[in-house]
Design a protein around this ligand. Structure first.
Ligand code: ADP
Ligand code: ZN
Length: 304
C-alpha cells in the first residue's frame, strides 16, 4: 500500500471519541507535525473545533485527505443516505450526527471514515504490534468495549461493522451475581467487563482496585471467553488489547493464561501453545493507535 500512496502527501486524522477528540496532521508515527485534543461537547461545536485546527494548518500546507476513526455505532455503507453519520449512539446529543458531511462542507478533499477500533487496528497493522499479520484484531477495553479487524489488508465492515463488545458470554450468576451494565443487553461482554461495569460491580473506580483484587481474575475470565470466541471465528494471528482497563499491568498475563486453558490444546498453533505473550499483546503504538489509524485511513483514501 505504501508504495502506491502519493509521495509527499500530508494527512489529517481525527480520533473522534465520546470523551475527547484528538486531531493530528502528519504521515505516520515518526512524522506527526501538529496535534490537538479537546473534550467532546455538542456535535456542531466539536466538529467546528476540528475544522478550525485543520484550516489553520492549511494556510501554509495542503492536506491530501482527512481520516476519522469514530465512536459509534456509525454508518459505513458508502451509498446509504446516512453514510458518515454516528447513528444510534446513547451519547446525549450525538444520535444521527453527520460527521463526514460536517467536514466535507469545510474541505474539498477525501474524508475517510471508519470506527475508532478499525482505525486503531489499521494503525497497529501498519506500524505497531500487528505488522505482517493477514488477520489481526484490535480491542479496546475502556468506557465501552469495541473491536476492529484487519482481514487480508481490508477492514471488516459487512452488514454494519463488527460490534465485538456486545457478544454474549456464559455468565455464572453464582460466581458473579452482577446483572451487567449494558443498556441494551445487560450482561454482554461490555456489560460485564467495561470500566464502568467494573466500577458498578465492585463499588469503586476500576483504577482504584488493587492488583490482587478478585476483580482481576474475573475480568480475565470474561476477556478470555471473548477472545476464545474471536480466535475460533476469525483465526487472528495477533490480538491487540488497548483501552484504560488494560493499564492494569497484571491483567494481560491473566488473560493469556486463561485463553490457553480455555482452548485446552485444541488449536494447534505455536502462537497459542508456546508464544502466547507475543500473541495477545498491548498496543505497539500505545494510546496513539487511534489517531494514527485515522491518518492511515486518510492515506488509504487517496492510494490507487
Ligand atoms: P475511553 O474508553 O473513554 O476512550 P479509556 O480507554 O481511557 O477511555 O477507558 C476509560 C476506562 O478505563 C474508565 O472506565 C476507567 O475507570 C478505566 N481505567 C483507567 N485507568 C485504569 C487503570 N489503571 N486500571 C483499570 N481501569 C482503568
Ligand atoms: Zn451490549
Amino acid at each position: 500500500m505504501t508504495s502506491k500512496e502519493r509521495s509527499g502527501a500530508v494527512y489529517g486524522g481525527i480520533e473522534a471519541g465520546g470523551t475527547k477528540w484528538v486531531c493530528a496532521i502528519g504521515t505516520g508515527p515518526d512524522d506527526v507535525r501538529a496535534e490537538m485534543r479537546f473534550a467532546t461537547t455538542a456535535p456542531d461545536e466539536t466538529i467546528a473545533r476540528a475544522v478550525a485546527f485543520f484550516r489553520d494548518y492549511q494556510r501554509t500546507e495542503v492536506l491530501a485527505a482527512i481520516g476519522v476513526g469514530s465512536f459509534g455505532p456509525v454508518d459505513l455503507a458508502l451509498h446509504s443516505p446516512t453514510y458518515g453519520f454516528i447513528t444510534s449512539t446513547p451519547k446525549s446529543g450525538w444520535m444521527n450526527t453527520d460527521v463526514v458531511g460536517g467536514l466535507q462542507k469545510a474541505f474539498a478533499i477525501p474524508i475517510a471514515f471508519d470506527t475508532d477500533v478499525n482505525a486503531a487496528a489499521l494503525a497497529e497493522y501498519r506500524w505497531g504490534a500487528a505488522q505482517g499479520c493477514d488477520i489481526a484484531i484490535y480491542m479496546t477495553i475502556g468506557t465501552g468495549i469495541g473491536g476492529g479487524a484487519v482481514v487480508n489488508n481490508s477492514l471488516l465492515h459487512g452488514l454494519l461493522h463488527p460490534e465485538m463488545g456486545h457478544m454474549r458470554l456464559p455468565h455464572d450468576m453464582e460466581r458473579d451475581p452482577f446483572p451487567g451494565a449494558c443498556p441494551f443487553h445487560g450482561d454482554c461482554l461490555e456489560g460485564l467487563a467495561s470500566g464502568p461495569a467494573l466500577a458498578q460491580r465492585w463499588g469503586q473506580p476500576a483504577e482504584q482496585l488493587p492488583a490482587d483484587h478478585p476483580a482481576w481474575p474475573l475480568q480475565a475470565h470474561y476477556l478470555a471467553l471473548a477472545l476464545v470466541n474471536l480466535i475460533c471465528i476469525l483465526s487472528p494471528q495477533r490480538i491487540v488489547l488497548g483501552g484504560g482497563v488494560m493499564d492494569q499491568p497484571q491483567l494481560i498475563g491473566l488473560v493469556q493464561r486463561e485463553v490457553q486453558q480455555t482452548l485446552n490444546g485444541y488449536i494447534r498453533a505455536l502462537a497459542i501453545l508456546d508464544d502466547i505473550a507475543r500473541y495477545i499483546v498491548t498496543p505497539g503504538l500505545g494510546n496513539r493507535a487511534g489517531v494514527l489509524g485515522a491518518i492511515a485511513l486518510a492515506a488509504r483514501a487517496i492510494s490507487v
